[in-house]
Design a protein around this ligand. Sequence first.
Ligand code: DAK
Length: 257
Amino acid sequence: MTVDLQIDGAVATLTINRPEAMNALNAEVLSALDQHIRRVDEDASIRVAVLTGAGGKAFVAGADIKAMQGMKPETARSFSELGHRVFARMESSGTVFIAAVEGYCLGGGCELALACDWINASGKSTFGQPEVNLGLVPGFGGTIRLARKVGQARALQYCSTAEFVRGEEALRVGLVNALYEPGEVLTKTQEQAQGIASKGPLAVANCKRLIRAGLDLPQERGNAMEQQAFGLMFGTADGQEGMNAYAEKRAAEFKGE
Ligand code: DAK
């Protein structure tokens, strides 16, 4: 299998496993990702998914250039649509997706990481959108998500120069949330994921929904959505349990209800 799925309690780890090709995304990898992401999205017991790459040299070094050679426009378009569909599912899912990046995170790999809710990386990681080197543009949402994350001017700079962005800079510009020592990113991210999984599941899923939807809405509508969700949380068993546990000085036992 080109993508391995491992489940530890409420945390899933998806490992892209093509280290001989720097985990480059071909149709097979995208289909396997699609399959696992659906599974994770539909299984309410999985609250957080960590995406990573096998081999330590790359998260993903891009879409598979050799597989794209000679691709006709219609095939390229459906390849792009498949990528967009898979990535959009991660964004709309109630599960939190975190990218754990070691090494190269380029082109389609950077786009995959950008579709996650945030990115943790090693100080030695390398990001970039080098498609212009190949006479192409990003095809899996990079132009949109990168600009939203680091701002229009910086996204335009990265996409038009194809320059490599190292870990420290990625952290400084907000592309990456946290830097860890090389070799430690996956473990640290899995620990973070277990921490998230211990919180109120409906609350975490709603934070994601509100923040993601809110960015596309006028502020007033975002505020209204938050007010509605805040009220609804008081009708959940978890909301009551969380407040009771605090008052009774004990750990909350959330059931996702
Ligand atoms: N595709 C295919 N194979 C790749 C690859 C890639 N993106 N990246 C690395 N590999 C393969 C290499 O070819 C090599 O395989 P062999 O030659 O040994 O068979 C193996 O991985 C090891 O790579 P290197 O020997 O090159 O390793 P180095 O450490 O020397 O260099 C590198 C690592 C990551 C700097 C270098 O491999 C590199 O520059 N790779 C290409 C990076 C890149 O340009 N990435 C962006 C790809 S373009 C679209 C959809 C999506 C996209 C565009 C359009 N539509 C559907 C319209 C997205 C495009 C991209 O992502």
